[in-house]
Design a protein around this ligand. Structure first.
Ligand SMILES: [Zn+2]
Length: 317
């Protein structure tokens, strides 16, 4: 069904019928925008896809368009208007919706607090690891009749992260490469005791969303990299005032502009060759025997089951 408006709105049918959709929009590359980044400027031939998934509804319609000749998808993590809190985001539907549209690479943009003196508010950071302290959200697709254990030692895609680092150097953006991102449940910010503890653990930044997205992107065999926008020093810093929404928003407006420049730079670059294990993360990771999968399980995991079946030898549980 097509609805005319400022741009075309495409209601995607249930995924099992998706192949028959006329003029099905596709995109290889996606941007998930967090706090402060609710739209991608410069997209042409814009359409919106409202995607139904076996995991529920995504945060918003996926906006599809063309930028520098490349098909790009954009999804507002919290929904346009910032309606959905970190705990209530349907991360599974978001990642599944992008996968169903053909996305193989996700650049994630999100605000973080700095846990290190030298990572100043206003800087950007490219974490290469996560510490997941969330408790209230689904962080795996594989919870109903299908068991899979993907490798997650290196949770972000090295190829995409290198592209972001190159963009930062080319544009003269202050960007820290590497570091551990602690993902807290929120929505409250940390207590001072928590903040001091996390610093003792050696983490570099703190946020509320990206570990969950990274886990699901890996299970979906999508390359995923985080562009973290540093907005504050959490509340551990002795001479800087504790984090507040007002302070975060003021800094965020400035570094969202830098993030947009970096994304436009990356999107204009040629697609790098596949030199990572993300697209084959499920190879040998599904332990459930095909004959033990019900028809409904096969439907639910249709997009995941092209991977070669079980290699039971790598099971741990
Ligand atoms: Zn990758």
């Amino acid at each position: 069904m097509y609805v005319r408006g400022p741009c075309s709105v495409i209601s995607m049918p249930k995924t099992r019928n998706a192949k028959s959709t006329p003029s099905r929009p596709r995109a290889d590359l996606a941007v998930i925008g967090g706090s402060g980044l609710y739209a991608m400027e410069g997209l042409e031939r814009v359409r919106e896809a409202r995607v139904s998934t076996p995991f529920g509804r995504p945060s918003d319609a996926v906006v599809l368009g063309v930028l520098a000749g490349r098909r790009v998808a954009f999804l507002a993590r919290h929904g346009r208007g910032h309606r959905i809190s970190p705990s209530m985001i349907n991360y599974r539907a978001n990642i599944y919706a992008l996968k169903s549209l053909g996305v193989t690479r996700i650049f994630s943009v999100s605000a973080v607090g700095s846990m290190k003196e030298h990572i100043h508010p206003g800087h950007l950071a490219l974490p290469d690891s996560f510490l997941d302290r969330t408790t209230k959200r689904a962080s795996t697709f594989f919870d109903q009749g299908l068991v899979a254990h993907v490798a997650f030692a290196d949770p972000v895609c090295p190829v995409l992260t290198a592209q972001l680092a190159e963009a930062a150097r080319a544009l003269g953006v202050m960007c820290h490469e590497g570091g551990a991102y602690l993902c807290m449940e929120g929505p409250q910010f940390s207590t001072r005791a928590e903040s001091r503890l996390y610093r003792h653990w050696g983490v570099d930044m703190i946020g509320m969303t990206n570990a969950t997205e990274a886990k699901l992107a890996r299970e979906a065999e999508i390359c995923y990299a985080t562009m973290a926008l540093v907005t504050d020093y959490d509340c551990w810093h002795e001479s800087e005032s504790a984090v507040s929404v007002e302070g975060v928003l003021a800094i965020m407006r400035r570094n969202v502009e830098q993030a947009k420049k970096m994304l436009r730079h990356v999107i204009r670059q040629p697609t790098p060759p596949v030199a990572c294990a993300c697209p084959t993360a499920l190879r040998g990771a599904i332990l459930t025997a095909p004959e033990a999968m019900t028809a409904s399980v096969k439907r639910r995991y249709r997009l995941f089951l092209k991977a070669p079946p079980a290699g039971a030898s790598n099971g741990r549980a």
